[in-house]
Design a protein around this ligand. Structure first.
Ligand code: ZN
Length: 288
């Protein structure tokens, strides 16, 4: 709970030299070991220690402890003056998006579809624009979220009311997208991604599917169309640092994503607000 926290250091453990009381920091809950076979091969979030490492009791807490193990491996980032706590609380999801786009090797001029216009869908949109994507189509079924993403000068599609497949074909010379990003765990969206991605194109499986989600694939079609499905789970300290620098040098402004703030005692209202998403993007829980 509360795995995207930012705050101030109130006490420093013995032999910790890099931090002092009062430092403003972002804390990454999961940290890789950076020395096992997974880590050496670059699969940092597959490291056995990644999910084992954590903060105590959790980030949704007025005070918490960061183990020395995490600190020694880059699990705390000092915040420059230019970055607010609100922005710092967005480092973790933003880092996950950066990792996904790095894995899928998005290039200048790529035609991109983003399925899901929630906070990470918007982050992918902003990153894809910064990376120089050509045509960006964003789809959702939530009208508030579609209206929200419109201001980023992308084509928006309500996939309950419009035919996403034909809009993509129209915008890509009847070819399909080079890259489709699934910023939703919906099985229906996955099915759509196979239809709208061009032969040889790439699909980023980013949104978390429910446990046990099943899908029947036509392996012959997969083989002859050479579509590439790339899952991306979590982020390492490489991407949290990239996220911090993109936010702090003002390359990407994430603050408009913060639509609601709740006090920690109102946490259950905050979760309801984020889950219902009537008029919510990123919902922050604060302690003051
Ligand atoms: Zn490792």
């Amino acid at each position: 709970m509360g795995h995207e926290p930012a705050g101030a250091v109130i006490k420093v453990g013995k032999n910790i030299k890099k931090f002092q009381e009062g430092d403003r920091v972002f804390v990454h809950h999961h940290v890789s070991c950076y020395s096992c076979r997974y880590c050496i091969q670059g699969n940092y979030t597959m490291c056995d220690n990644y999910q084992k490492s954590n903060i105590e009791p959790c980030g949704l807490s007025e005070e918490f402890i960061v183990p020395k193990w995490n600190i020694e491996r880059g699990g705390i980032l000092k915040l420059p003056e230019s970055i607010s706590y609100d922005e710092a609380a967005l480092i973790e999801p933003f880092a996950c998006c950066i990792r996904g786009l790095n894995k899928i090797s998005i290039k200048h001029g790529d035609n991109v579809a983003i399925l899901g216009a929630g906070p990470t869908g918007i982050m992918h949109t902003l990153l894809a624009k910064t990376w120089g994507a050509n045509n960006i189509v964003v789809s959702d079924i939530n009208q508030f979220r579609l209206k929200f993403v419109e201001k980023y000068d992308v084509i928006t599609v309500n996939s309950n009311q419009e035919n996403l497949d034909s809009i993509i074909k129209e915008n890509t010379g009847n070819i399909g997208t080079d890259i489709t990003i699934l910023a939703t765990g919906s099985i229906k969206a996955f099915e759509t991604s196979l239809k709208i991605t061009r032969r040889g194109g790439k699909i980023l499986l980013f949104g978390v599917p429910s446990v046990g989600s099943k899908f029947e694939l036509d392996l012959n079609s997969m083989y002859s169309n050479e579509q590439i499905i790339i899952p991306s789970y979590g982020a390492s300290e490489i991407e949290t640092n990239q996220a911090l620098s993109l936010i702090s040098d003002k390359s990407i402004d994430l603050l408009p994503l913060v639509t609601h703030r709740f006090q920690i005692r109102e946490s259950s209202d905050a979760f309801k607000c984020a889950h219902d998403a009537f008029d919510a993007m990123k919902v922050l829980i604060v302690t003051s």
